[in-house]
Design a protein. Structure first.
Lengths: 782, 159, 290
């Protein structure tokens, strides 16, 4: 047996270079003659451009060029849409308004690019921004999701009749039937706040035109190197392979780095060719807040229909989804909300409607969680409301309605971000609930600990919620695996790595087939010069899709190696063993050949070969699932609240997660930790806020509260279950977003329990002490 | 344009004498003038801590110091710790505890930890957590970093 | 986020510094630790034409004991030095208690005691300490030297009596009465972040009665606030919990003026003042009794 490295917590291959400062991040790239870009951004949220004067800026010593939309001539055009809308949903409407890389006639959000300065240094480029004068005719700011759709609202896109960007209705079963049969119908208006991806590294791109070879070398922090490359090719009229797109080390992604066809990748390569000099743009933190996409921001009108015995008959959810000034990312986020609203429970009747709204705010695209937290928040808040109405415990109503293990594969009847019906592939949701309850000692807390605390005047509450994580959606990913003449293995793919550990986990998959050490597998991620087929890092899909492709390719390479060794060693394949980088005859271990020698022999340089022969110990493979694999879990939290100051502190946080086969359990835990941190941030600290004029008031870390070490509980108590996905050979599901999904819902349940005497009804996904204080005050006066 | 200023700054034991603009941030000097790109920049307003280096043995945020303010100082960056083949015990501990994911914030955290462990060779988890409180990390949730700092203390004591 | 250009001067003596400041007038600005100024410059919200950097003036960094049991602290003394100073811990334990709440270690390693006073951020701890401790502030200019009492120093948010040619040189903290108890209470969204409200208290007891009491608030008005009601009501009295509660309620309603922002409403922050003044008074009294 070849040693398997699957499900082993192996130290990461990439760590030594990261820990010693030897990894090359985008801003570490310095090329001879390189010029620097700074972007002039609109200070106005909404206005018609009257004039844009760059003449003074051009005169500044050290400034090489300044470009506006006008200077781009025919090169300027909006788009393309990065994600098309689904066509499978009958009756849906979608008004495509892709990004304008640089504003031409109108500015539609504060922070929108209006001009680009190229200078000898970033310092000088920023100096020049002060000498660019933008004059606009101010238009009314559109910021309120509901008012934006009222007649008479100013229009973000004046060629449209309203600010409605899309309207999608999906219904499984019949909500009317649920209402007719229900004993109670409970309605809630729920608000979900807006958060930033806030990777510690901002975005960036470097472009260098090689005029001899007619090749554009590009380095970018993109999560989707191939789509970005293709977008650039289309803009510039080049062949794809004239652009070598490379991912340097990337300092976190969390969603927003997926975007392409923006100011940076449209303009920087164009300038590099025009000026014949390498160009760098590295976003600063202020720009990241103003001009990089972010997410959440929905308003839900939700209803739940229940029977007296706690049986949920149906859910209705009509929600407004802010897409910002444009909708380049299609329907991904709100479709995820739709598919994640009912996914843990058996809800026979479900009506859901998206009203996507244009506003004068930054564009909304996925941030870790990507629509899922909203759906889970709505569902879990409805469950809590129903439990309260019926006088049963939050746990009891969940036990009663949770999907049972025999229900899988479960057809939801709701089409998701991959444009096919959501099918929950496998799982055991009740077990996750029970495991969490046991770990957090729910009954003991409710029956023994909490009553004592309450008797002492202390406020401590518990919350338990369920979540699913739709992961690993198509369309596809691919990879190529090659054994080198040194015996080391090279794996190449066009995915993108922002810290997920792929340099190790992908190596584990290949090493498990090829009998080499994990450290002897070199993984190349995101270099279109080496491999050019793939889609990108989103939707927790890397390990499942690329991992499966690598597995399949490795199996092929293994077969090739064994077949060749069989000939050379003159022994049948069944009698061969592949381990420690050599193929041996199992019973005659002194007869062997190394993988490196096999690789050499697999590439004959003289003589003839058999018909159909493919040289080298190399194979490529692609994997595209019929639908996504769905991870799931349960979250439990105990929250202590200082009732006088309204300051909460998380006393315990337990998560049970099932992501199928964990390729590297250590890394799985790391993903969950990071997700939980973002969830805690979202529930209590982080908030992107625009004022009444459309100015972002949280455009720095002074106002946007980034969760710190002291904001976390002492321990993330992570429990695991493993229900392998039947969809792929390794049984993998994604895990990248798991931790982030359930925290707001759990937090609010725990808060309400802590401040039980006020019978609070928390209707928003993000709270702060001041808001909590006012909830209590309003409850007292009610 | 303001006159350039002559500075003498020792970085990782090597003395550099350079003419710099007064406004040049120390982070840019280290990264771009000296090419020591292990120190990273995340916010340029002194909140995220990615740019943390040691100045005369004390942790500082190099993005909110002008290079001229470091004239005559000794700076230490992540490049002064171990090498890929021979990592510092602190770096080993970070790898063993999976205390980094994207690794972008890590050099700043390592330098913060160097100063901290210098003054507190046997920290509790609570102390270690407080020590890294001024360094943002988006990936890890911090728990493994806390454990790594404690593990590093044990490793360093054994050295 | 790169700062705009500026002229730079790095005097090595106070004399040289005040000469330079006099020459520069309104175009000059003092650079102390720079931990507030440089971020503002990186955002280009501050654009001084010239900076006079005090970091090379060694004579401005010291902590010296004074004969009355107090301390003289040089303006360029780093926050972390104050925080770790045994002299400070012995003579002003409240200062040592407050200091770790200022931002994070990396900031305190560079930020200076005097710089924070001259910056006069209404949400900053050190200006509030000067009000609590009756600090006297030594100001030097080319014209000479003068002393200003802390309450007369602060004019408004980020505004002080300092003229462009002035240099804040020393902070003199008179010795505390024996038996002083003190307490610091703050609520901030995050550790090291700005307080939403904070109260610092010092108390001297005479048996079971209050001999002397002072409560300073910050982050809830245009400057740090030296409250009047606690001393007016509690001096010479037994500090019953009812009396403390009434004082705290009064201070919250009448002696502060907190603003409203995305992190907290005026009403919430008045509530915090109420709670924190009470807690701070109670703790200070307990400590004074020991």
């Amino acid at each position: 047996m070849t040693e398997s490295f699957i499900s082993k917590s192996i130290k990461r291959n990439e760590d030594p270079r990261l820990l010693t400062g030897k990894s090359t991040f985008i801003d570490d790239i310095n090329l001879p003659g390189m010029l620097h870009v700074a972007i002039k951004r609109s200070d106005y949220a909404h206005g018609r451009i009257l004039s844009l004067d760059t003449s003074e800026a051009k005169k500044l010593p050290g400034v090489v060029a300044v470009y506006t939309a006008e200077d781009l001539g025919d090169y300027w055009h909006p788009g393309p849409l990065q994600v098309p809308p689904p066509t499978a949903i009958k009756g849906s409407v979608f008004y495509a308004r892709p990004l304008e890389c640089i504003a031409k006639d109108k500015v539609r959000y504060s922070g929108e690019p209006v001009a680009v300065v190229v200078a000898e240094s970033r310092y000088i480029a920023e100096d020049a921004l002060d000498y660019i004068y933008l004059d606009v005719e101010m238009l009314d700011y559109v910021g309120d999701l509901e008012k934006a759709l009222e007649p008479g609202s100013a229009l973000v896109h004046e060629d449209l009749e309203s600010n409605l960007a899309a309207d999608v209705v999906q219904e499984a079963g019949s909500w009317d039937k649920a209402v007719a049969e229900a004993d109670h119908v409970i309605k809630k208006r729920l608000v979900v706040n807006r958060v930033a991806g806030a990777a510690i590294e901002n975005r960036g791109i470097v472009a260098q035109w090689d005029d001899n070879m007619k090749i554009l070398n590009c380095w970018a922090t993109t999560q989707g190197p191939i789509p970005m490359r293709n977008s650039i090719a289309k803009y510039l009229g080049l062949l794809e392979n004239q652009i070598r797109m490379m991912n340097p080390a990337i300092g976190g992604g969390f969603g927003p780095k997926i975007m392409s066809s923006q100011i940076d990748d449209v303009i920087v390569p164009w300038i590099a060719i025009k000026l014949g000099q390498p160009i760098k743009w590295f976003e600063d933190r202020r720009e990241n807040f103003l001009g990089t996409t972010s997410e959440r921001d929905q308003v839900h009108y939700s209803e739940i229909a229940v029977k007296n015995d706690g049986t949920v008959l149906g859910v209705k959810d009509v929600f407004y989804h802010n897409t910002g000034a444009y909708n380049p990312y299609g329907m991904t986020v709100p479709l995820n909300t739709q598919t994640h609203t009912v996914s843990n429970y058996n809800i026979p009747n479900f009506f859901t409607e998206i009203k996507m709204v244009f506003t004068n705010q930054m564009v909304v695209t996925p941030v870790r969680g990507a629509g899922r937290p909203q759906g889970v928040f709505v569902m879990e808040r409805l469950m809590d409301a129903a439990a309260k109405r019926l006088g049963i415990s939050p746990v009891e109503i969940r036990r009663k309605n949770v999907l049972q293990p025999e229900a899988f594969p479960f057809h939801t009847g709701i089409i998701g971000q991959d444009f096919v019906e959501g099918i929950l592939d496998s799982g055991n949701y009740p077990a996750a609930l029970e495991k969490t309850l046991e770990a957090i000692e729910y009954d003991k807390f409710k029956n023994e600990i909490q009553p004592k605390l309450r008797a002492d005047g202390k406020h401590s509450g518990i919350g338990v919620i369920l979540f699913t994580e739709g992961t690993a959606v198509g369309p596809y990913e691919g990879a190529k695996v090659m054994v080198g003449v040194s015996g080391k293995v090279n794996v190449v793919c066009a995915y993108s790595n922002q810290g997920q550990g792929h340099y190790t986990t992908f190596a584990q998959v290949a090493a498990s087939q090829l009998g080499v050490k994990v450290t002897d597998v070199n993984v190349v991620i995101g270099d279109s010069g080496q491999w050019q087929w793939g889609v990108g890092a989103f939707a927790s899909r890397g390990m499942t899709l690329v991992g499966t492709a690598i597995h399949q390719a490795s199996v092929k390479v293994r077969e090739k190696a064994l077949n060749l060794a069989s000939k050379l060693l003159n022994a049948p394949v069944e009698e061969l063993e592949l381990n420690d980088g050599v193929v041996r005859i199992a019973d005659i271990p002194e007869q062997f050949i190394s993988l490196g020698d096999l690789a050499m022999k697999a590439n004959p340089t003289r003589g003839t070969v058999e018909e159909g022969m493919e040289p080298g110990l190399e194979a490529a493979s692609y994997y595209g699932p019929p639908h996504g694999a769905t991870g799931f879990g349960c979250l439990g939290m105990i929250l202590d609240v200082d009732a006088e100051t309204a300051m909460p502190k998380i006393a315990r946080l337990v998560i049970t997660d099932d992501c199928g086969t964990p390729v590297n359990p250590m890394i799985v835990d790391g993903q969950i930790h990071g997700g939980l941190q973002m969830g805690i941030g979202e529930a209590f600290f982080e908030n992107l806020v625009y004022d009444e004029y459309g100015q972002m008031v949280t455009a720095s870390f002074m106002d946007y509260l980034f969760p710190q070490a002291s904001d976390m509980p002492d321990k993330f108590e992570v429990k695991h279950m493993v229900t392998p996905s039947p969809l792929n050979p390794l049984g993998i599901k994604g895990v990248g977003e798991a931790g982030a999904i359930g925290v707001p819902a759990c937090y609010m349940q725990a808060l309400e329990d802590a401040l039980y005497e006020h019978d609070l009804d928390i209707r928003e996904s993000s709270i702060n002490p001041s808001k909590l204080f006012h909830y209590v005050k309003n409850a007292k006066s009610a | 344009m303001a006159d350039k200023v002559n500075v003498k700054i020792t970085v990782n034991g090597k003395l550099y004498e350079r003419e710099v603009e007064p406004r040049l941030l120390l982070s840019d000097f280290i990264r771009h003038d000296l090419g020591l790109t292990g120190t990273h920049v995340g916010c340029e307003h002194g909140l995220c801590g990615a740019c943390t280096v040691l100045m005369n043995g004390e942790s500082v945020r190099s993005c909110i110091l002008f290079t001229v303010m470091a004239d005559g100082a000794e700076i230490r960056t992540v490049e002064s710790l171990g090498t890929m083949d021979n990592m510092h015990p602190l770096q080993e501990a970070f790898q063993e505890k999976h205390a980094l994911q994207c690794g972008f914030c890590t050099p700043g955290i390592l330098m913060t930890a160097v100063e901290f462990l210098d003054g507190n060779p046997n920290p509790t988890a609570e102390e270690a957590r407080e020590a890294i409180d001024g360094n943002f990390c988006r990936c890890t949730g911090y728990e493994n970093i806390v454990e790594a700092v404690q593990l590093a203390a044990k490793k360093m004591a054994a050295h | 986020m790169k700062p705009a250009p500026f002229d730079y001067f790095a005097p090595t003596s106070v004399e040289e510094a005040v000469d330079r400041l006099a020459e520069l007038g309104y175009s000059g600005k003092v650079l102390a630790g720079g931990q507030s100024l440089i971020p503002a410059m990186n955002f280009r919200m501050a654009r001084p034409a010239a900076l006079v950097d005090l970091n090379k003036i060694e004579e401005l960094a010291y902590i010296r004991p004074t004969d009355d049991g107090g301390l003289a602290i040089g303006t360029m003394t780093r926050d972390s030095v104050v925080e770790d100073s045994d002299l400070v811990k012995q003579r002003f334990p409240i200062v040592a208690e407050v200091m770790p709440n200022i931002a994070h270690k990396q900031i305190r390693n560079r930020g200076t005691f005097g710089g924070a006073i001259a910056h006069a951020d209404p949400a900053a701890q050190i200006p509030a300490l000067t009000l609590l401790l009756d600090a006297k502030l030594k100001i030097i200019s080319k014209k000479g030297e003068r002393w200003v009492d802390a309450p007369d120093f602060f004019m408004g948010p980020f505004m002080t009596v300092l003229e462009p040619e002035d240099l804040l040189a020393e902070v003199l903290l008179p010795g505390l009465q024996p038996g002083t108890g003190s307490s610091y209470k703050q609520v901030s969204r995050q550790k090291g972040g700005y307080a939403q409200a904070a109260a610092i208290t010092k108390v001297v007891m005479d048996g079971i009665k209050v001999k002397d009491v002072r409560v300073v608030l910050f982050s809830v008005g245009e400057t740090a606030i030296l409250t009047q009601e606690p001393a007016r009501v509690l001096t010479g009295q037994v500090p019953t919990s009812e009396a403390i509660e009434a004082v705290a309620a009064y201070v919250a309603m009448n002696e502060c003026d907190p603003g409203s922002d995305i992190h907290g409403t005026t009403e919430y922050r008045r509530n915090l003042v109420h709670v924190l003044v009470r807690r701070s008074l109670n703790e200070a009294i307990e400590r004074a009794k020991k």
